[in-house]
Structure formats: structure tokens, C-alpha cells
Design a protein around this ligand. Structure first.
Ligand code: C2E
Ligand code: MG
Ligand code: MG
Length: 591
């Protein structure tokens, strides 16, 4: 790059070595000036450039071909004149060049007086990289990286400025949540899940007005601000149309993915006067859609709020119960239907609520999973089993297997499963345990089969597929599953003697399991007829059900005198889940 040295050195014409030394020094200063990494210029009052070093020449687009013409140069001339006129220094950020050569300069202009002339001394450093990092930080704070949609902060800010504004026009806030997104993610993989989010965002954004805003506020949740709105009817129609549009299949990585969405809507001012309240109410309406069966939209109403409060209370009491360890286990026998022996037992957790009433897991397991409390609960169940091991051995025999249930979500979480494996190993008798997981855990692409199962295998812990037949997998998926036991869901067993279709399914599961070396166990036998059918028409060996025994609390099986001699604390709260007086311990399970 050329340099322009219009230095008028005004050197005195002296002679000798002294002069030559001064010349040498000056030459060196010129070179240093020319090569300074910052761009430096000196301008006069008319904006003319007296000095321009190499870096500045490059920044201002001065080339050998067009030494004095560039947009940057013209701009700099004008700025120079202005700053000199003001007599005050100035610091500016300027953007120069374009394309690959684009730079952001941080420039300091300083008026100086040298040799009776008013000059402007300017120096610029290139802060392009710094700016890029700053922009990136800004973008990640305000825009979602995956979908490029504004984040929750931005939509909150927009809603708040509408609420503060003069106009006070009505607007709507819609809370959208993709149904079963976790399943889609697990089944098709995270890459497909990400693409789905991008595609959903595109469909949602298709015909928004400039004054509307769509934001991704977390995972699979979107918030849509419709502003302004004329009527609730207009919003309902738009949302209905949106729902419809989202129901069309998405084609991702060669798969046709169907993704319905649940939407809750709140209106300003009817449903709240602050952003927080409007968002929360839209969320409450969305939650209602989810519990009503998903894939629909609802406007918020006051009855939902009461419901949400009741739910909050349940949540609170569950948290408290876990904190206070108000759990116990009921045990149900797995019976050999050919010999009537007890092959093993299944631990089924029970919660003692605030009033001391025992609750079955149906009322709290899903909530515990949702609230992230289930892992702790599972460890509490194991601890209770360990505490009761002598009683278990006395009651059911020292060689019975002990089954524990693990939710599919836990099964897909390597961290939890490792902690469970460790705890099982620490009992000293891991080979007596069996883990029951639903088939969803196997189908999900969550590495359960490949990474987690081997850890349990190594410890000798058995794996059982619970509730088989009602989950997402198909019969053919069985072939890929490596488990020790398969539990056929109660829905197939109920009235099995009267249902030829279920009989056919049972036969298919039975022969497939036999080929794969898995033990089959029938869940939920309640009647003699069901048992008689299994015994006569199938080779199924094991069963579980009320016909043999309801889940029981171990204390109930102890002689009454022994219970009375123990501390009364706690035992008063034990319910009589199975009160069949008059049966001996052994009889309870043998008929
Ligand atoms: P599950 O593992 O399939 O357990 C069988 C359920 O069916 C138990 O309900 C049992 O009491 C019930 N049952 C057994 N025999 C019969 C019968 O003949 N007829 C009928 N109608 N029901 C029968 P429970 O104890 O209410 O447990 C429900 C579910 O809660 C369990 O289903 C299991 O998925 C889950 N669960 C229980 N304990 C735990 C636990 O510690 N952790 C986790 N993650 N889930 C648990
Ligand atoms: Mg089970
Ligand atoms: Mg089951």
C-alpha cells in the first residue's frame, strides 16, 4: 500500500555528520509512522490529508489507482472539517470497506495546534473482531440460535412496551407447545427434533404481521404475540388455522413426522394486565389442552386458574412427601402358575399424604417424573427394600427376585441409571434385583439398550419389559430388545378366556419371547377363568394379579403381637391394602 508523505521538513541546511544523523533519525521516524499498526492521518482545516500512513490508506480505500477517491475518504474529509471547527476531540465508530474487507474502526479525532496550524490528528484501530464477538453475544441474548426467533426477553419487552403504551389496544398471547416432542426427539434423534423445531417456527411465522411477534421461549415452547386484535373471534379463527397448518406432516430426514401442537391463549386486557399474568394464563390454558388430550387450542378462563391452584397444591404436597420421606412399598408376588411357588416380588411405591391417607402411584408418579422428583423416589424405594430385606426373605424366601419399577424417562438418563446401578451393587445382592421398564425405553434412541443395559447385565441385575403391548413399539421391535422378562399388560389378560383376538396376540408374544429366551409373565390376573385359560391354552409360566395376592405391606404379614411390640410410630399409618384375615402367610400366595 502506498504512503503519502507530504512532510515539509523545513530543515535547516546545515552540514556535517550531525545533519546526516538527524536525517537518519527522521527517516526512521517516517518508517515507524508509515508502518504503525493503527491507521493515523493528519488533516488541515479544509479537510485535506497532510499525512496518511499505510494502515490508514488501507482503511480509507486509498489505492494506487484511485489515490484520492473513496466513500470513506470523502466522509473522513467532512468529519475532519467538522471536528476541527468544533475544536473538541471526538471518538467515533465507523464502518469501512465492504465484503471480506469490511472493518469496524474505532477512531479518535483530536484537534492539535502544530507550527501555528490547526490540524486534526486521527488514529483508528480495527475492532472488527471485538464487534463480531459483541454481536454474537447480543444475538444469543436476544435471538434463539436454532430458529433465529427472538427470545423470551424480546417478546416480554415488546409486550411490556405495548402495556405501557398510550394506545392500550387489545392483543393476544398464545402459548404453544409441541405434543410428544420428547418422544419425537427420542425416536427420530435430536437432529430431526431440531429440524422439526425450525420447520414449526417457519410455519408459525408464515403470515405474521410486522406488529406480531413469534418467540421460542424454551425447548418446544413458543409464544406468539398477536397485536393488535379486533376480537376474540378473530384470534380464535387465526389459532384454528394455525393448528390446522401444524397438523400437516413434516418431511425430515426421509421420515414423515406428524407433530400436533397444544395452544393456550390469553387476551389483554380480559385475562391479565401484566405480561407475567398473561403468559401464565396462556400457559394454564395450554396445560388444560394437554390434559384434555392435546392437539387443540383453548382460551384461558377463571375455572382453569382454580384448577391450576389445586395442581400447585398437589405439587407442593408431593415435594413435601419426598422431603419427609413419606413413602413405603407394597409388595406383590410373581407366581409360578404351574407350581404355585413364588418366583419373585414387585415393589410398588405408596405415598402417605398430608392426612396420612395412602395414595397409589397412579396419582403421583407422572407428576414426580414431570417435576424431576422421580429419581429420588426410586432411591427411596430401593432403600426401603434394603431396610426390609430380612422380612422379605422371611416372607417370600431368600431366593426370590425383587423387581423395581423405573420410569422410561429415567431409563433414558445414563447418569441416573449409573447411580441406580451403583446403589444396587452396594446392596451386596444385585443379582436378586430386576428392573422393570416400559417398552418406550427400548424404542427411544436413548442408548438405553447399547450403553445402559450392559452395566446392569454385568451386575447380574435382570431387565423386564413392563406393560408390554400398549406402548409405542411393535411386535417386530421385540426382536431387537434384549431383556430377561416380558410382562404382558393387564389389558390383554382381562377376560382372556373370552377374547380370541387377545388370545392370538398372546400366542404371538409367547412364541416370539420363547425364541428370544425371555420369560413371559402375565399381569393382572383377577379370576380363576383367566388363570385356567393360561394354564390350559398357553405355556406361560408366571403371573401376577389380585387373584393370587394384592400388593401387601410387609408389616401386615408379621404376627400382630410382633407389630404391637414394636414402636407404634408409623405403623398406625400403614393401611390394610390387603386385609384377608384368617389366611396364613403361606396361604396368602398358594391356592
Ligand atoms: P406396574 O408396574 O405395571 O404395576 C402393576 C400395577 O397393577 C400395580 O398398580 C398393581 O397394584 C396393579 N395390579 C396388580 N395386579 C392387578 C390385578 O389383578 N388387577 C388390577 N386391576 N390391578 C392389578 P399400582 O401399584 O397402582 O402401580 C401402578 C404403576 O405405578 C405401576 O404399574 C408402575 O408403572 C408404577 N409404579 C409403581 N411403583 C413405582 C416406582 O417405584 N417407580 C416408578 N417409576 N413407577 C412405579
Ligand atoms: Mg411393574
Ligand atoms: Mg405393568
Amino acid at each position: 500500500m502506498q504512503s503519502r508523505f507530504n512532510l515539509d521538513p523545513q530543515t535547516a541546511a546545515t552540514e556535517g555528520a550531525h545533519e546526516r544523523a538527524a536525517d537518519g533519525e527522521l527517516g526512521m521516524l517516517r518508517d515507524i509512522f508509515r508502518l504503525l499498526p493503527s491507521g493515523v492521518t493528519v488533516q488541515d482545516e479544509q479537510g485535506h490529508f497532510l499525512l496518511v500512513n499505510d494502515a490508514a490508506a488501507a482503511q480509507l480505500g486509498i489505492t494506487a489507482a484511485a489515490p484520492s477517491h473513496s466513500k470513506e475518504l470523502d466522509h473522513r474529509r467532512e468529519t475532519g472539517i467538522e471536528v476541527l471547527r468544533s475544536g473538541r476531540p471526538a471518538i467515533v465508530e465507523e464502518s469501512v470497506g465492504h465484503g471480506q474487507l469490511k472493518q469496524v474502526l474505532h477512531t479518535t479525532h483530536r484537534p492539535v495546534r502544530i507550527a501555528d496550524r490547526d490540524l486534526l490528528l486521527s488514529s483508528s484501530s480495527d475492532i472488527s473482531e471485538l464487534k463480531a464477538v459483541e454481536d454474537q453475544l447480543f444475538r444469543s441474548a436476544y435471538y434463539d440460535e436454532l430458529t433465529s426467533l427472538p427470545t423470551r426477553r424480546v417478546i416480554e419487552h415488546r409486550a411490556n412496551s405495548l402495556l405501557r403504551g398510550e394506545a392500550q389496544a387489545s392483543f393476544a398471547l398464545a402459548f404453544l407447545d409441541i405434543d410428544n416432542f420428547k418422544y419425537i426427539n427420542d425416536y427420530y434423534g435430536h437432529g430431526a427434533g431440531d429440524t422439526l423445531l425450525i420447520e414449526v417456527a417457519k410455519r408459525l411465522g408464515l403470515d405474521l404481521r410486522d406488529s406480531d411477534m413469534l418467540s421460542r421461549i424454551s425447548g418446544d415452547e413458543f409464544l406468539l404475540l398477536l397485536n393488535p386484535i379486533q376480537s376474540a373471534q378473530e384470534v380464535a379463527e387465526y389459532i384454528h388455522f394455525t393448528l390446522h397448518r401444524l397438523k400437516a406432516p413434516f418431511f425430515i430426514d426421509g421420515s414423515e413426522i406428524f407433530a400436533s401442537t397444544s395452544i393456550g391463549v390469553s387476551l389483554y386486557p380480559e385475562h391479565g394486565r401484566s405480561y407475567e399474568q398473561l403468559r401464565q394464563n396462556a400457559d394454564i390454558a395450554m396445560y388444560r389442552v394437554k390434559s384434555d388430550g392435546k392437539g387443540a387450542a383453548l382460551f384461558f378462563d377463571a375455572s382453569m386458574e382454580r384448577e391450576a391452584q389445586a395442581r400447585m397444591q398437589v405439587e407442593q404436597s408431593l415435594r413435601l412427601a419426598i422431603l419427609e420421606k413419606r413413602f413405603c412399598c407394597a409388595f406383590q408376588a410373581k407366581v409360578d402358575i404351574r407350581t404355585q411357588d413364588i418366583k419373585g416380588i414387585e415393589a410398588l411405591v405408596r405415598l402417605r399424604d398430608d392426612e396420612g391417607v395412602i395414595q397409589a402411584p397412579g396419582t403421583f408418579i407422572n407428576l414426580a417424573v414431570e417435576l424431576g422428583l422421580i429419581d429420588e423416589l426410586t432411591h427411596l424405594v430401593l432403600a426401603e427394600i434394603v431396610r426390609s430385606i430380612d422380612l422379605i426373605n422371611d416372607t417370600f424366601g431368600p431366593n426370590t427376585s425383587i423387581s423395581m419399577n423405573v420410569a422410561a424417562k429415567q431409563a433414558g438418563n445414563p447418569e441416573f441409571m449409573r447411580s441406580l446401578a451403583q446403589a444396587l451393587e452396594a446392596t451386596g445382592y444385585p443379582q436378586r434385583f430386576m428392573i422393570e421398564v416400559t417398552e418406550d425405553a427400548f424404542v427411544a434412541k436413548s442408548h438405553f439398550q447399547s450403553e445402559i443395559l450392559p452395566i446392569f447385565r454385568k451386575l447380574g441385575v435382570g431387565i423386564s419389559i413392563d406393560d408390554f403391548g400398549i406402548g409405542y413399539s411393535s411386535l417386530s421391535a421385540l426382536a431387537d430388545i434384549t431383556a430377561d422378562e416380558i410382562k404382558i399388560d393387564r389389558s390383554f389378560i382381562t377376560d382372556i378366556h373370552k377374547r380370541p383376538r387377545s388370545q392370538g396376540i398372546l400366542r404371538a408374544i409367547e412364541s416370539l419371547s420363547e425364541a428370544l429366551g425371555m420369560t413371559v409373565i402375565a399381569e393382572g390376573i383377577e379370576s380363576f377363568e383367566e388363570l385356567a385359560y393360561l394354564q390350559a391354552a398357553t405355556k406361560i409360566r408366571y403371573a401376577q394379579g389380585y387373584y393370587f395376592s394384592r400388593p401387601v405391606f410387609l408389616e401386615e404379614l408379621k404376627p400382630v403381637a410382633q407389630i404391637l411390640s414394636e414402636s407404634r410410630v408409623g405403623s398406625a399409618n400403614r393401611p390394610r391394602e390387603q386385609a384377608r384375615p384368617g389366611m396364613s402367610r403361606g396361604e396368602r400366595y398358594r391356592r
